[in-house]
Design a protein around this ligand. Structure first.
Ligand code: CDM
Ligand code: ATP
Length: 346
């Protein structure tokens, strides 16, 4: 029976790029946040004398070959499980390609989890994370979900307390941005100007950590009630606390230079002069290396108003929500009954 897996997306609540490492990757520090917006990856697998993988998608730009992240992940997982199987993967692509939402990376994790369910075999947690990091720097975050800090080249993760589900608008411009090209452009701009050292990354990691520390708790209480109160207060105040830290995405500098209209989209997400201050975005910025941009809002009504502003500029805009870790795992598998219900309704 094929397994249907929701392949969620991510945004970056800030990102700093560090120096190029000997392996050619850049050190970075970022805060990943998963979103409810998703592709659907369907996997069917049966044990066979030799491994045979096939892949289809509704989107012509999704590679139907061993170049696909989902294909690569399945092949690598089978080798580690020491299992040979015939595997069919279908990717229903709803998310943008080269959008900076980690869509291809998430497809790899969804395919792995679907494969494990189909075969009744599971890799260990650390094994999964190792394989994921080999597929791409953004892949491991989808084995955690929720809010997590990414270090090293993005694949080393520190899970963070969750933000409450927050209304989000994704603006999806028609241009795509190639991640390696954006990194190269960053290098070109900064080679002759300032030293982009590892200390900038360490500084940001401290800033992130401090946003998760409740203010005014000099005298710590050992009681559980006190701890619960702190986590409640934190959950409500986390996003404003993060925003107060002045988080930014380094990629904006290079990507806005290459694609100036993205600046106007950012302004539409933030809110214009006519937008009352309390209805403007809590924060808005480019996600990853773009080209998608996001805005986070206090209410769904504010998000819908922002969607209209972006649509008014002729850019695709989708209202969604941030997805805490519990919901990420709780809603990942689209159960068979749910699909049957949908089919009856259709
Ligand atoms: C920009 C982000 O989306 C932020 O979340 C990620 O850093 C990109 O992650 P990703 O798409 O999984 O990237 P990978 O597939 O690992 O790398 C693609 C290419 O981007 C460049 N790259 C990527 C990550 C990194 N920390 N430094 C880099 O220089 C390298 O040229 C690499 O060959
Ligand atoms: N499963 C996949 N879905 C979409 N593109 C894929 C997939 N596997 C490989 N690719 C290739 O990877 C490239 C970038 O894919 P993707 O859509 O994940 O970019 P992205 O959203 O910018 O990712 P990231 O946020 O990780 O930088 C595409 O140009 C495509 O050729």
């Amino acid at each position: 029976m094929p397994v249907h897996v929701r392949s969620f997306s991510k945004i970056n609540l800030g990102l700093r790029i560090g120096p190029t490492r000997p392996d050619g990757f850049h050190g970075l520090c970022t805060l990943y946040q998963t979103l409810a917006l998703h592709d659907v990856v369907t996997v069917s697998a049966t044990r066979a004398a030799e491994t045979k993988i096939s892949l289809e998608s509704n989107h012509p730009a999704v590679p139907a070959s061993a170049k696909n992240t989902a294909w690569r992940m399945v092949l690598s997982a089978l080798e580690h499980m020491k299992v040979t199987a015939e595997v069919k993967i279908h990717i229903q692509k709803n998310l943008p390609i080269q959008g900076g939402m980690g869509a291809g990376s998430a497809n790899a994790v969804a395919a792995l989890l679907g494969l494990e369910r189909e075969l009744g075999e599971a890799l260990s947690g650390p094994e999964r994370l190792t394989l994921a990091g080999e597929i791409g720097s953004d892949v491991p975050l989808f084995l955690l979900g929720g809010t997590s800090m990414g270090l090293s080249r993005g694949e080393v993760l520190v899970p963070y307390p969750d933000l409450p589900p927050t209304p989000c608008v994704m603006a999806v411009p028609s241009v795509g941005v190639s991640t390696p090209v954006a990194f190269r452009e960053w290098d070109r701009l900064h080679a002759l100007t300032e030293a982009t050292g590892f200390d900038r990354l360490e500084e940001l990691s401290r800033v992130y950590a401090s946003a998760f520390t409740p203010a005014g708790t000099g005298s710590s209480g050992a009681s559980g009630v006190f701890a619960d109160k702190i986590s409640e207060d934190l959950a409500g105040n986390l996003l404003p606390a993060l925003v107060r830290t002045g988080i930014e995405n380094d990629f904006q500098e290079v990507v806005f230079q290459q694609h100036p209209p993205l600046r106007d989209i950012l302004h539409a997400l933030q809110g214009t002069e006519e937008t009352p201050v309390e209805n403007r975005a809590v924060t808005a910025m480019l996600s990853g290396s773009g080209s998608s941009l996001f805005g986070l809002y206090r209410t769904e009504a504010d998000a819908m108003a922002a969607q209209q502003r972006v649509l008014g500029q002729g850019t695709r805009a989708i209202v969604t929500s941030t997805l805490p870790r519990s919901l990420y795992w709780g809603t990942m598998f689209e159960e068979v009954e749910e699909r049957a219900e949908k089919a009856v309704r259709a």
